[in-house]
Design a binder for this molecule. Sequence first.
Ligand SMILES: Nc1ncnc2c1ncn2[C@@H]1O[C@H](COP(=O)(O)OP(=O)(O)O)[C@@H](O)[C@H]1O
Ligand SMILES: [Mg+2]
Length: 254
Amino acid sequence: MTQTVVNVQNVKKVFGKRNENQFHALNGVSFQIKEGEFVGVMGPSGAGKTTLLNVVSTLDQATGGLIEIAGSNITNMKQSHLSDFRSKKLGFIFQDFNLLENLTIYENIALPLSLQGVSSRQIKPSVQEVAKKLGIEGILEKYPATVSGGQKQRAAAARALVHEPAIILADEPTGALDSKNAKSLMEAMTHLNHNHNVSIMLVTHDPFSASYCDRILFIQDGELYKEIQRDGTRSEFHQSILHVLAEFASAEEE
Ligand SMILES: Nc1ncnc2c1ncn2[C@@H]1O[C@H](COP(=O)(O)OP(=O)(O)O)[C@@H](O)[C@H]1O
Ligand SMILES: [Mg+2]
């Protein structure tokens, strides 16, 4: 039976203190992500996508509802436990790569393991394996400044994966890439998903990147608006995504 990696039930997020101007960014969102699923999150700007990713990724706290990741309830976990949980169970890819310029690509990828105190003897085969999966074995001794944007983002993906997290969380990972590098990153992520059963939650406003997902959750005004599942080719799915985005656009014009 396929395991549930992420279980989100009736999650709410309110910004601002009581008696002040409060903003309801998430109004009761529920969904699940199964092991090995590649799920996209889309919606208009300000819909609550980043807020949703932040509460799932433990970087921010939900105001209400339940979030379980790999069987652990993170909504009642203590801060001290959370940082440990985050570093062991989650992998992050951000728009701006977040690579450390003073470390080589190898050292950057090794970072999640070095921070956990894993010995360098054990780190080496893990870094080499993940670099191979992402096709960046040849640049491990280079510094970030000397490689392309696409290679940097693959290095960031390798770093997100090196400690074998339960899920990879990505917020607009192709946002700073040109279309060629965006395509190669999405292909690399699809490869990880298909061949290595890596579970991925991807926030994106880019329909092309989203077309690589198995399923898309569309959110609007902090609520789940619609969910679509890919059942044909990628270009058919791309068309279906564009249709939903057109619904949003026409709603805005009304
Ligand atoms: N720290 C915050 N304090 C107050 N409002 C916030 C904060 N973060 C986000 N918001 C508001 O919540 C809404 C959703 O933001 P966000 O999740 O970043 O949207 P998206 O990623 O879909 O563009 C926006 O209206 C934003 O202004
Ligand atoms: Mg956002």
